[in-house]
Structures are given as structure tokens and as C-alpha cells.
Ligand binder design. Structure first.
Ligand code: ME8
Length: 506
């Protein structure tokens, strides 16, 4: 155990009444990493929130005949409700319309202006309204937005600019010196080849063509354009430049910004440059994960190719959805989401490998020993092998989590559960009972229950409700990091009530 801190963030989401499983993906992964760090004894601060300004919101509110604030107030509740149904354990939910955020963003903008990092100029360029992004002509792909492929329009206006070009050399140095600043490695190459090597241009950071944003303090016809407003949430949420900056002092710099691959550029080039200008320490790492796709297309609001994630939660259970998001796709790669695959994972891994194992072990303990477990230590070779495997689990899971390889960490756990099932096949407890070899039988049941307990301590980070259910059935409070060793369950321990963990879905 240690008392180190860990600050992890998700992107702040555009408020939407139509969140899809792709949005849940980032947040479930961040939640599991946060829970894992807490298990390891870190003092964790896990931030998520919503990114509420901009032209799109202003237009939508107009369509509905409400103010932008009324519009976002209503739908932000949707995000909070979804995170609640997914058991997301965030420590703070920031809204970019929160007073403290607005106040600090204004101060940051003024400070950068006063020190010469922001200047007034004229912008002429291509603008993608759905992405709220400006592009230079050379960045367009076939004359269209390189991110979403839609039409862009020529915009000319007076704007404030951030001197991004000034930080080019320092960003290059950062990429060279801080090897794990951008993960996975392939994303770093993309940033270097597509952006850094082409040279960084100063960045337009204000707009005058809409008003739903944070006004520039000294020139209020300008609103602060999305990236300074959005990116700074990671420090305003901690109280930077406010009366109480104790969280900022405690948690900054961030240990991990977990983001989707399309916003890696903002987090690894613009964000560090802003922090350099503010003379603040840089985040330790930015991980750009891949996209969940449906039939090869990104799941997206504009394509409309998805269901409300709550429908999956209602059918399969929250932990089946969490498990799928964490297990199916190695973090960093794109992966396909299909209900068929979700069903299959639920039936194979959750109902069979885990649920059935627990159920039959508790059933046998009840049948043969009234639910009281003993450990006479009559360990034969297969037993010794299982115990050895369980004893190396912690090291394997921790190594994978250190690399943010969540999928393989889960596989390490399920590997033990599969081994437990094989162990039952080899030991055949029902034969031991028939032959009245009770000490061997007690040993076998103890070894399986102890393996399940240790697996569940880890599973709690990924599937918290399931792990709690298992602990109830085991009737144990040996659920913490310091009980991660084989042999911790007491002799004469009485098990709890048996329950079905996962129903098979047909
Ligand atoms: O980008 N698969 O907000 P956002 C995986 N407000 N991840 C997906 C996904 C999919 N199909 N669809 C979306 C923004 N995401 C900005 C962020 S941060 C200072 C500002 C992920 O609501 C996406 O990659 O469009 C991103 O990381 C997150 O959802 C929020 O997307």
C-alpha cells in the first residue's frame, strides 16, 4: 500500500440526449482504471463532465425555443443518469457552464493575452460546424472535413489567436523526451507525421459569430472558442486560480487523460502548449483509444446507428455491458460492437465460466458440508498447480493494468476461473464424496472458493456489482488488497446464500 495520488480524466462530453455505447466505452474504462488504482491504495481523483458551449448547442436550443442553458440543464441529467446506471465512480462532474469554470477560463484567457501568448488577428479559413473545428486548406481531405468527411465553409472574421507556433520546438522535445506521453506508440507517429512535422500554425481561440460561450473579459463581443474552454476543465475542476486550489496542488499534473483517437491532437499538442504558456507541469500521459464500430462504421450521433445503452443494461445487466466494453477490444484498437457478441460473452464468460463455477461450488459445499468450509490442506499436484497460478495472478494483472491493457488483465482473471473449472473436472468432487474422501473434498472446495475470492477482489474494479454479489455469497469481508493471498479464508467459515449471478440469454 502507498499514499500516492492518481488523477484520471475522461473527455468532457457534448451534452446529448442520445449517448451511445461508444461514449460509455471511454467512461467504463476510465472507471475501471480509477477503481484499480483505488484498490492499490492510491488517492484517486476521477474527473468527468460535459462540454456545453458552442454553436451547435446554441442552434439546437433555438430550434427547441429554449435558452442554451435551459437546453443543456435538461440533457446533462441524461449523462449523469447513464453514468449512475453504469456505476461510474467519478469524484467530480464538471460542467463548462459552472461558475467557477467560467471565471477561471476568463482569467486564463486574460493572462495569456497580457503575456503576449494570445493576440488579435484576422481569421480566414475553413470551418466544420458539426465538429466545431477550423481547418487549413492543406488539412482538408477531398475538400472536406478530415475528421467527419462533411462539407466545410469559408469563414472570415476578427479573432484572437494563441501562439501555438511558438511552442513547436518544445512540443517536439516533449515527444522525444517523455516516451510514454502519448500512448499507444502508433498515435504518437500520427501526431508527428500529420501535424508536428508539417509545422504548427497559431490557433484561432475566439469567435464573434455566435454568443453561447464564455465571453473574453476585455473584449466581450468575442466568445472563447471551444478548445481553451474545454481543455482547461482538467485544471479548473481542481480549483486552479480559485480561492481553494488545494485539489490542484494535490492532484495536478494529471496521471492520465483517456481520450478517443480523434481528439488526441488537441490533448497532445494544444493542451501541452497551453500548459507551457501557463508555466504548469504537463500531464504524465495521454492514451488515445480506438472506436467502437457497428458493422465497420463509427457509432455516432450523426449516423444514428445505435441503441440507448440502457436497453443493453436492462437486457444483459450492467456488468455484462461493462465486461464487454473492457474485454472485447484491446485498448487502443478499433473494435466491433454487436449485440450477438455481447450475448456470446455474457453466456460464455459470465454465465458459464464464472456464474456456473460459483454456483456449483457453493451447491456442493452446502450439500456435503452444510455450507461450512474447511481447509485440511490435502493438496495433490493439480491443487498445488492451481494455488501456484492464483499466487501469480496479482503480478500479472498489475503488470497489464500498468500498461493499461485492461482486456488482458481481465483475461488473466478469467484464465484462473477457467482453470478452476478444469480442476473440478480433474478432481471430480462428486467421486470424492462417493468414496467418502472428505478431507480431499474439503480441500478441493476450499481451493476453488479461495480462487474465486481472489479473482473477485480484482473483478470488483471491472464489474463492481458482480463482485459484491460474490462476496455476499462467500459471506466474506476478505475483499481488500491486503487479502490478495491464498489461504486467507478462515477454517469453519460459513458461506452465504446461493444466488444466480448471470442468467444465460437465449
Ligand atoms: O470530443 N467509440 O466530445 P464527444 C469510442 N467535447 N469512443 C467514442 C465513440 C465510439 N464510437 N464515439 C465517441 C468531445 N467516443 C469533446 C471533448 S475534452 C477536453 C473535449 C468518445 O462527446 C470520443 O472519442 O464528441 C471522445 O473521447 C468522447 O467519446 C467524447 O466525445
Amino acid at each position: 500500500m502507498n499514499n500516492k495520488k492518481y488523477y484520471i480524466t475522461t473527455p468532457i462530453y457534448y451534452p446529448s440526449a442520445n449517448f451511445h455505447i461508444g461514449h460509455c466505452y471511454t467512461t467504463i474504462i476510465a472507471d475501471s482504471i480509477a477503481r484499480f488504482k483505488r484498490l492499490q491504495g492510491y488517492d484517486v481523483f476521477f474527473l468527468t463532465g460535459s462540454d456545453e458551449h458552442g454553436l451547435k448547442i446554441e442552434n439546437k436550443a433555438k430550434e427547441k425555443g429554449v435558452t442554451p442553458k435551459e437546453y443543456v440543464d435538461e440533457i446533462v441529467e441524461n449523462a449523469k443518469d447513464l453514468w449512475k446506471s453504469l456505476n461510474i465512480s467519478y469524484d467530480k462532474f464538471i460542467r463548462t457552464t459552472d461558475d467557477y469554470h467560467v471565471a477561471t477560463v476568463k482569467k486564463i484567457f486574460s493572462k495569456l493575452y497580457e503575456q503576449g501568448d494570445i493576440y488579435l488577428g484576422e481569421y480566414e479559413g475553413m470551418y466544420c460546424t458539426p465538429c466545431e473545428s477550423y481547418w487549413t486548406k492543406s488539412q482538408l481531405v477531398d475538400g472536406k472535413c478530415p475528421d467527419c468527411g462533411r462539407e466545410v465553409s469559408l469563414v472570415k472574421e476578427q479573432s484572437y489567436f494563441f501562439r501555438l507556433s511558438k511552442y513547436e520546438e518544445r512540443i517536439k522535445k516533449l515527444f522525444e523526451e517523455q516516451k510514454d506521453f502519448i500512448l499507444p506508440e502508433s498515435r504518437k507517429n500520427e501526431m508527428v507525421n500529420n501535424f508536428l512535422n508539417k509545422g504548427l500554425e497559431d490557433l484561432c481561440v475566439s469567435r464573434t459569430t455566435f454568443s453561447w460561450g464564455i465571453p473574453v473579459d476585455f473584449d466581450p463581443k468575442h466568445v472563447i472558442y471551444v478548445w481553451i474552454d474545454a481543455l482547461t476543465n482538467y485544471i479548473t475542476a481542481l480549483g486552479y486560480l480559485s480561492d481553494d486550489d488545494s485539489n490542484f496542488k494535490k492532484y495536478w499534473p494529471a496521471d492520465l487523460h483517456l481520450v478517443g483517437k480523434e481528439i488526441v491532437r488537441f490533448h497532445t499538442i494544444i493542451w501541452p502548449a497551453l500548459l507551457m504558456a501557463l508555466d504548469l507541469p504537463l500531464p504524465k500521459g495521454v492514451f488515445g483509444h480506438g472506436w467502437l464500430k457497428i458493422n465497420g462504421d463509427k457509432i455516432s450521433k450523426s449516423l444514428g446507428n445505435y441503441k440507448d445503452p440502457r436497453e443493453y443494461i436492462n437486457t444483459y445487466g450492467v456488468d455484462a455491458v461493462r465486461y464487454f466494453a473492457l474485454r472485447e477490444v484491446p485498448l487502443g484498437s478499433d473494435g466491433n460492437f454487436s449485440e450477438e457478441a455481447l450475448k456470446q460473452r455474457t453466456n460464455t464468460d459470465l454465465a458459464n465460466t464464472l456464474g456456473n463455477l460459483l454456483n456449483r461450488t457453493i451447491s456442493m459445499s452446502e450439500k456435503y458440508f452444510d455450507g461450512i468450509i474447511k481447509n485440511p490442506n490435502k493438496n495433490d499436484e493439480p491443487s498445488k498447480q492451481l494455488i501456484d497460478d492464483v499466487n501469480t495472478l496479482k503480478q500479472k494483472v498489475e503488470a497489464n493494468m500498468e500498461q493499461l491493457d485492461v482486456s488482458n488483465a481481465l483475461d488473466n482473471i478469467f484464465d484462473i476461473l477457467r482453470k478452476c473449472n478444469k480442476y473440478i473436472d480433474v478432481e471430480m468432487p462428486w467421486i470424492l464424496a462417493k468414496e467418502e474422501k472428505y478431507e480431499e473434498l474439503e480441500t478441493v472446495l476450499y481451493n476453488i472458493l479461495e480462487s474465486i475470492r481472489i479473482c473477485s477482489i480484482f473483478l470488483k474494479c471491472f464489474m463492481p456489482e458482480t463482485a459484491d454479489n460474490i462476496f455476499r455469497q462467500l459471506n466474506t469481508d476478505k475483499t481488500t488488497y491486503d487479502t490478495l493471498y491464498f489461504g486467507c479464508l478462515e477454517n469453519n467459515h460459513k458461506l452465504g446464500q446461493k444466488e444466480i449471478l448471470f442468467n444465460r440469454i437465449d
